[in-house]
Design a protein around this ligand. Structure first.
Ligand code: ZN
Length: 141
C-alpha cells in the first residue's frame, strides 16, 4: 500500500496538469515501513525525453540521484517515481516496464483533457517482465 499525503499529491497533480498534453515525471519522497509507504513530499523532474513527449518520459540519472540525495538529507527515502499519461488510462505500459526499477513504486496519473482523472500504482518485478498493481491511497480517493 502506498499512501500519498495532501501536499505531495497537490504537487503531483499540478505538475501533471501543467505539462499536459506532454507526459510529466517526478520523484516521491517519504517513509517505507515494510510494504507500507507514505509519500510526504513530491519533486517535479524535467522530462528529458528528446522526442515527442506526449507518450514518453525519461528521467536523467543525475536528476534521480539529486532527488535521492534530497530525500536522505531530510531523513526520507526515495519511495518511487510518478509520471502522467495524457488522455490515456493509468496503466503500466511496455515502455514503462522496460524503464522500471524493482525497488520503487511507480504511480501513473491519468490526465484527461488537461484535468486529473485517476491514478494507479505499480510494483515492477526484478526481471522487468511484469508489474503488480499496488493499492494506492491519495486525497479524494
Ligand atoms: Zn507510462
Amino acid at each position: 500500500m502506498i499512501r500519498i499525503e495532501q501536499a505531495a499529491w497537490d504537487l503531483m497533480v499540478a505538475h501533471a496538469e501543467r505539462t499536459f498534453p506532454n507526459e510529466c515525471c517526478g520523484a516521491m519522497l517519504g517513509k517505507v515501513d515494510g510494504v507500507d509507504k507514505t509519500v510526504t513530499e513530491a519533486v517535479a523532474i524535467e522530462n528529458a525525453f528528446t522526442g515527442e513527449q506526449g507518450a514518453r518520459y525519461e528521467i536523467r540519472p543525475e536528476d534521480l540521484i539529486a532527488a535521492d540525495k534530497a530525500a536522505r538529507s531530510r531523513g526520507l527515502d526515495l519511495v518511487g517515481i510518478f509520471h502522467s499519461h495524457p488522455d490515456c488510462d493509468a496503466y503500466f505500459s511496455k515502455t514503462d516496464l522496460e524503464n522500471s526499477c524493482p525497488w520503487y513504486s511507480f504511480v501513473v496519473l491519468s490526465i484527461k483533457g488537461g484535468k486529473f482523472d485517476h491514478a494507479n500504482s505499480f510494483l515492477p518485478d526484478p526481471d522487468q517482465t511484469r508489474a503488480e498493481p499496488e493499492p494506492v491511497q491519495f486525497p479524494g480517493s
